[in-house]
Design a protein around this ligand. Structure first.
Ligand code: ADP
Ligand code: MG
Length: 683
């Protein structure tokens, strides 16, 4: 092994430390990583094309003799080489070149070059073709040439040589039991990687490009299997930890249910049973509660908190925004008052003295229940008997924040709630270490929301509509355009919109709420809106999550084309909660980009959050969908959750089998695929 500059040995034999660093940039740390560093595409260098037969835009390989070469300075410095074969002359242009290259490309030499011809002023030319000096009669390769993902300073040739060498040295042994491989009709591993690095002349290029060749399927399966195995292991590791068992006692939960002004839906009852059961176990629950906007997750959270309290433990509920946290607080306070339970409220906007008092109530153990924003996870607050931590809208929190909260208790049970439904394939892959409960039913009496698309040119009609609706005693939201780049601009836009609507609708009481309002002011505006004193509430996306005013039945979203799909869905979910017909008007401005148009179409055509999420995933791909915040799970490089859903299903079953009957094979498999990437998997 070559010693590295920093003293750490390279896991790849025979490479310099400079190369080791470049490989690391590509995510390659071990020989096994190199083995599955697979080509992006292939180039056909098995044939030569006469210069006269070149067609613009069609990549081709040519063998020709250098006529002359010169460095020219117009329009900019470049190396221009003219080459000739029996059929014609071709011009090569190099904009970046080294002195050594100029020497190498001397008249009379024979070049084999590969590039994309284009019609130039003086006939055919190629810009930056790949080229190599050859002897006359040198044999052509028999297989397609792999083109690898690479990084600056690491040439295709160098990478290819390194991979070829590695293929000879590395352990390519099969990790799948034969019976399983036969049953799933999977190609063997060694054969598959060899073929993908060096397709035989008979391999259909189209199958390779579309990644449907059996060799590709095997690789994708292996990748998915590694992911499933590691997630399963994480799941098992969690089960090996201990948490305080908080079994169902019913002393508080029964009273609570009896006092509740409604009965739980069947779906709520089911998820509540699942959670109640988990809480009774002596290992930490880690459950994701999914339910579309308005499906009634809060009441389930309240039940879970009460079960912790019944057992003498503390429970905490954390929400991503002050508005949402405060609503939870009010709702819980109202629900729990009949039980004589106090709730500690903690948010960043509390006065120092109040904050200290609340933190003290929690730290002393007097406060059994706490609700708040991330202020809850600040250092000063300690929970001596934390049994349950609930995180609402979990996707809004970073991984680190979630961990910090968990660390407040020894290993508290954890419930995460989300209204951004995670499509099944994603849930099966990236969230496979969580248990999932789904509320798939809305409380009775919900009205479907009618969604309308209107170009900005029709703004006046929309204003008139608000005037009419409010005259009939209804209330409305006006969501300001999203300006992601600048919080300051966002704020300014909200204020401008508010002023403008106030002049346009002089008879209405118009309110404004945005993220920069002080806590008390925000609370006052929301309370006035809830009480019907404000007719039209101008808001930024602060109302996106959890705000709940049943009488509001009209929503206008300005510049809807700037919002993401889940944002639009969440926003729209703020209405349709009362008896009135609800309408959501999406105002858009021209020109509409292709993606924006697709998004508006999806939100217009779909009401079901799961379907919207599925289409969103299709539109954006999983990396974007999950967001950077969710990283911490191995991302997939080869498999596609949508087109390879069958492989994912198979990998999931295989993971179970391997862990049960072939633990050694499972170890080797994970080592091969994730050995060099361990640090990504700490979360
Ligand atoms: P979300 O799942 O979006 O967080 P909430 O918990 O805020 O939804 O519930 C939305 C509204 O529905 C609240 O006003 C809540 O009190 C009400 N609600 C919840 N469950 C029921 C039910 N079973 N029957 C009637 N109303 C319910
Ligand atoms: Mg909610």
């Amino acid at each position: 092994m070559m010693p590295r500059a920093d003293g750490a040995p390279s896991a790849i034999p025979g490479v310099t430390s400079a190369t080791t660093d470049k490989l690391a940039k590509l995510g390659i740390r071990t020989q096994a990583d190199l083995v599955v560093h697979l080509p992006l595409r292939y180039e056909d260098e098995t044939q030569l094309t006469p210069i006269a037969d070149l067609r613009p835009g069609v990549p081709a390989q040519v063998e020709a003799e250098i006529v002359d070469s010169s460095v020219q300075y117009r329009p900019r410095r470049q190396l221009v080489v003219r080459v000739r074969d029996d059929s014609g002359v071709l011009v090569l242009r190099f904009l970046n070149f080294y002195g050594s290259q100029v020497k190498q490309l001397a008249a009379g030499r024979r070049l084999r070059l590969f590039g994309e011809p284009r019609g130039g002023f003086l006939g055919d030319e190629m810009v930056h073709p790949r080229c190599r000096v050859v002897e006359e009669g040198e044999a052509l390769p028999e297989a397609l040439t792999p083109i690898y993902p690479t990084t600056a300073g690491l040439s295709q040739l160098a990478l290819r040589r390194l991979i070829d060498l590695t293929l000879k040295q590395a352990d390519l042994a099969e990790t799948l039991p034969n019976t399983l491989r036969k049953k799933l009709r999977l190609a063997d591993f060694a054969g598959s990687v060899r073929l993908l690095h060096h397709p035989t002349p008979q391999t259909a290029a189209a199958d390779l490009d579309a990644r449907v060749h059996p060799a590709w399927r095997r690789i994708k399966f292996d990748e998915l299997l590694a992911q499933q195995l590691s997630l399963r292991r994480a799941h098992e590791a969690r089960r090996a930890k201990t948490a305080p068992p908080l079994p169902k006692k019913g002393t508080l939960t029964k009273k609570f249910l009896a006092a509740l002004p409604f009965t739980l839906t069947t779906a709520q009852q089911r998820v509540w049973r699942e959670i109640a059961h988990d809480l009774g176990e002596s290992h930490p629950m880690q459950r994701l509660l999914q339910g579309d906007v308005g499906s009634g997750k809060t009441v389930v959270a309240a039940l879970a908190m009460l079960q912790a309290v019944e057992n003498g433990y503390q429970a905490v509920l954390m929400a991503p925004t002050e508005i949402l946290a405060e609503q939870h607080y009010r709702k819980l306070a109202q629900w729990l008052a009949p039980l004589g339970l106090d709730i500690a409220w903690l948010s960043g906007s509390l006065k120092k003295k109040e904050k200290t008092a609340m933190a003290e109530a929690i730290s002393s153990g007097r406060a059994r229940l706490a609700v708040g924003t991330h202020a809850l996870i600040e250092e000063a607050v300690t929970f001596p008997k934390l049994g349950l931590a609930i995180i609402d809208e979990q996707h809004r929190f970073g991984v680190r924040q979630r961990l910090t909260l968990r660390e407040k208790g020894v290993n508290p049970h954890q419930l995460m709630m989300s209204a951004t439904p995670i499509p099944r394939t994603l849930a099966m892959s990236y969230y496979a270490d969580l248990d999932v409960s789904v509320i798939d039913e809305l409380p009775p009496g919900r009205q479907p929301v009618l969604t309308k698309l209107a170009s900005e040119a029709r703004r006046d009609e929309v204003i008139a509509r608000i005037r009419d609706a409010c005259a009939q005693g209804r209330q409305a939201y006006w969501v300001c355009p999203l300006i992601e780049e600048s919080e300051k601009l966002q704020l300014q836009t909200a204020v401008d919109t508010f002023e403008r609507l106030r002049t346009e609708l002089p008879r209405l009481n118009v309110g404004l709420v945005h993220g920069r309002l002080k806590g008390e002011e925000k609370a006052r505006v929301m309370a006035d809106f809830a009480a019907g004193k404000i007719h039209l509430l101008v808001a930024t996306t602060v109302i996106e999550v959890g705000v709940d005013v049943a009488n509001a039945s009209l929503m206008v979203i300005e510049h809807a084309e700037r919002f993401g799909l889940s944002q639009l869905h969440q926003l729209r979910g703020r209405i349709g909660r009362g008896a009135d017909d609800s309408v959501c008007i999406l105002l858009y401005a021209h020109p509409l980009g292709e993606i924006a148009r697709a998004r508006l179409k999806i939100i217009f055509e779909n009401a079901d959050g799961f379907e919207i999420a599925r289409q969103d995933l299709h539109l954006r791909g999983p990396g974007e969908f999950l967001g950077r915040r969710q990283s911490g799970v191995p991302l997939l490089r080869f498999a596609d959750l949508e087109t390879d859903a069958d492989l994912l299903e198979a990998a999931r079953e295989a993971a179970e089998l391997l862990l049960k009957d072939y633990p050694d094979a499972a170890d080797r498999h994970v080592e091969r695929w994730l050995g060099g990437r361990r640090e990504l998997m700490k979360v």
